[in-house]
Design a binder for this molecule. Structure first.
Ligand SMILES: [Zn+2]
Length: 552
C-alpha cells in the first residue's frame, strides 16, 4: 500500500463534495389557480421543460463529460498500477445514493493540497491533470450560470453555482456567490470576517470570543458583567437568574440555560442544518432576481436571526412554557410562531419522559422556523402570519418536511451531511406498518384536505405524522425524484399562502387516486427492502412520541 500521500490529501478529495442540486423547474410564481381544472394538461409543464432544457442540458452535459473524463483518468492510473491515484480520482465521481439528499458541507479550508516533494513524475502529471479537469469544468459550469444571468434565471443559476462548487469547491466566484471570500487563508462569510476584524476568534469549545479572552476561558475563568469570575460562580449566577448564555451565530441566536459549551454545540449544528436547508430550498430565501443579482454583487442576503431557547430540564421548560401555552406540560419542545422562537430542553437520558434526541428535534423545529420566517416574495400570508398557514388544506406537508429534516445527519470531521433514508427512521417504519399491517391509510384527497387546525386536533396524531413522513418521503424520492420539484413548489405555495387543495394534483399532473396508487406501490418496495434486510424496527420513543407532542 502506497504511503506516498499524506492522509489529508486523500481526505480532502474525498470530502470536497456538495450536492448536485435540485433544479427548480421554471419558477415558483405559479398561481395555484383554483378555478382551472384540477388536472391541467401537460402544456404548462412541457413548455417548462422544453424552454429550460437547452441550457439545463448544457450544464448537465458538462457534468456528464467531467464524470467521464475522471473515469478515463482513473483508468489510466489503473493501467500504470497507480492504485491510490485511481481511487482518489474515482472518489470525485458523483455516486447517487438512492433515497438521500447529499447536502455535504463546504470546507472552510481550501484544498490546495500539494504533492509530497518526492512524488514521481507520473504522480505529478496525474495530479496536474486532475487539477486541470476540475478547473476547466468548474469554469465552464460557472459560465452557464453567467449566461443565465442575462435572463434572470435565478434558481437555475444557483443550481449551476452548486454544480460548480461540487466540481471545484475553491471556485472563487462560485464561493463569492454563496457569500464566502478567502480571508487569511480560509473561506469565510462576511459575518465571520466582520467578527474576526473586531478581534474575535471562533473557539471550538466556547464559540466566538475576543482573542485575548480565550486563554482565561481555558483556565476556567469567565468574563461576566465586565469582570472576571470563575466558571462555577458564573454558572451559579446564570442559573439563578432568568437569563442564560447567549450565543450568536450567523443565522441563530441561542439562549442556553445548560452551558455556554452546549449552546455553542447547538449553534454549530443549527448552522450546518441551515447550510443544508438553504441548498435544498433556495427559492425560499430569495427570488429569481435577487439570486441573479448575486452574480454581480458581493452583498450577502441578510435575514433576522432565528431565536432558540434551551432550558436545563423538563421542569424548567414546562414552568416557562406555561406562560405561553397551557398545554406545555404535555410537550417536549416546539416552535412558537407568535414568539418567533424554538423552545427545547436538554433531555435527561434516565427519564422516560425524555425519550428523544435533541439534535433531530432541533432540525424538525428549525424547519418549521426557517420556512415560516423566510422572506417568501409576494406572500399572501403577510409576514410570517402563522394563523394563515394551511388555513384550508395542505397542513400535512408542513409536518412531512419537518419530519424528513429529523433524518439530517452530520459528520463534521468529514464535512459530510445527508438527509433522507428510511432505515431506522421510525416514522417511515410506522407508515409501513400502518399501510401493510394495520391497513390504515387516509386517502390523499382527504389527507391533503386537512387544514392546520383540523390536523392538529386529530385524535390519532401518530397516524398523521407517520403518513406525513411517508408521503413526504414518496414525493421527494419516488421514481428518481420525479415529483421532487413539484413537491418543493407545493411547499412554496403552502408557505406563500396561495395554495389550494388541488395544488399538488396540478403540480404533479396526477389525480389523487393515481398518487394513492403510486404511493402504495412505492412503499411496498420499501417495505420489501426493510423485510429482506431483516432490519429490526428502530427503537421508537414510546412515551412521548417525539414531535407528536410538539408545543404549538
Ligand atoms: Zn412539527
Amino acid at each position: 500500500m502506497s504511503k506516498r500521500y499524506p492522509a489529508f490529501l486523500v481526505f480532502a478529495f474525498l470530502v470536497s463534495a456538495v450536492l448536485v442540486p435540485l433544479v427548480y423547474a421554471q419558477n415558483s410564481k405559479t398561481e395555484p389557480d383554483g378555478d382551472r381544472p384540477a388536472v391541467q394538461s401537460s402544456d404548462g409543464s412541457s413548455e417548462d421543460s422544453s424552454t429550460k432544457t437547452s441550457e439545463l442540458r448544457s450544464s448537465a452535459e458538462i457534468f456528464a463529460e467531467y464524470q467521464q473524463k475522471l473515469e478515463n483518468l482513473a483508468s489510466k492510473c489503473d493501467e500504470r498500477g497507480m492504485t491510490l491515484e485511481a481511487k482518489v480520482t474515482r472518489s470525485l465521481i458523483y455516486k447517487k445514493q438512492p433515497y438521500f439528499f447529499d447536502v455535504s458541507l463546504l470546507s472552510s479550508k481550501p484544498l490546495e493540497a500539494k504533492l509530497p516533494s518526492d512524488a514521481t513524475k507520473e504522480q505529478q502529471s496525474w495530479y496536474a491533470a486532475l487539477r486541470r479537469l476540475r478547473e476547466e469544468y468548474s469554469n465552464e459550469t460557472f459560465a452557464v450560470a453567467e449566461r443565465l444571468g442575462a435572463r434572470k434565471r435565478g434558481y437555475e443559476i444557483v443550481a449551476c453555482v452548486l454544480q460548480t462548487l461540487y466540481i471545484n469547491p475553491d471556485h472563487k466566484r462560485a464561493r463569492q456567490f454563496m457569500g464566502f471570500s478567502l480571508y487569511e487563508g480560509e473561506w469565510r462569510s462576511q459575518w465571520e470576517i466582520r467578527r474576526i476584524e473586531k478581534g474575535y476568534v471562533d473557539d471550538p469549545q466556547f464559540g466566538w470570543l475576543l482573542k485575548d479572552q480565550v486563554e482565561e476561558y481555558r483556565k476556567g475563568k469567565r468574563f461576566y458583567r465586565n469582570q472576571w469570575i470563575t466558571r462555577e460562580e458564573e454558572e451559579k449566577k446564570i442559573v439563578a437568574s432568568a437569563s442564560g448564555w447567549r450565543i450568536e451565530t450567523e443565522h441563530f441566536s441561542i439562549l442556553s440555560r445548560v452551558s455556554l459549551e452546549r449552546g455553542v454545540e447547538i449553534g454549530r449544528y443549527l448552522e450546518s442544518y441551515y447550510d443544508a436547508w438553504i441548498r435544498l430550498f433556495y427559492p425560499f430565501v430569495a427570488n429569481e432576481n435577487q439570486w441573479t443579482a448575486r452574480l454581480y454583487s458581493n452583498d450577502a442576503i441578510v435575514s433576522k436571526r432565528h431565536q432558540v431557547i434551551l432550558y436545563r430540564n423538563r421542569a424548567e421548560y414546562v414552568r416557562e412554557l406555561k406562560k405561553h401555552d397551557p398545554n406545555a406540560v404535555q410537550s417536549v419542545g416546539g416552535y412558537f410562531p407568535s414568539l418567533r422562537c424554538i423552545f427545547v430542553y436538554e433531555p435527561d437520558p434516565k427519564s422516560v419522559d425524555d425519550a428523544f434526541d435533541l439534535m433531530p428535534m432541533l432540525a424538525h423545529e428549525a424547519t418549521h422556523q426557517l420556512f415560516n420566517e423566510c422572506n417568501i416574495p409576494n406572500s399572501a400570508r403577510g409576514k410570517s402570519d402563522y394563523s394563515k398557514l394551511a388555513r384550508y388544506a395542505n397542513f400535512w406537508a408542513v409536518e412531512g418536511i419537518a419530519i424528513t429534516a429529523e433524518t439530517f445527519t452530520l459528520d463534521r470531521a468529514k464535512n459530510k451531511a445527508a438527509m433522507g433514508g428510511f432505515k431506522g427512521v421510525f416514522r417511515i417504519e410506522d407508515a409501513l406498518t400502518s399501510l401493510f399491517v394495520d391497513n390504515e391509510y387516509i386517502p390523499l384527497e382527504r389527507f391533503i384536505g386537512m387544514s392546520r387546525t383540523e390536523f392538529q386536533a386529530y385524535e390519532d396524531l401518530n397516524l398523521l405524522y407517520s403518513q406525513a413522513a411517508g408521503l413526504a418521503f414518496f414525493f421527494m424520492f419516488y421514481n428518481d425524484g420525479a415529483y421532487c420539484n413539484a413537491f418543493v413548489r407545493y411547499l412554496y405555495g403552502v408557505y406563500q399562502g396561495t395554495d389550494t387543495p388541488a395544488l399538488l394534483v396540478k403540480l404533479t399532473g396526477k389525480s389523487f387516486k393515481q398518487l394513492d396508487e403510486e404511493y402504495k406501490t412505492f412503499m411496498k418496495e420499501i417495505y420489501e427492502q426493510v423485510r429482506q434486510d431483516g432490519e429490526r424496527r428502530s427503537p421508537r420513543p414510546e412515551k412521548n412520541a417525539v414531535n407528536v407532542k410538539e408545543a404549538r
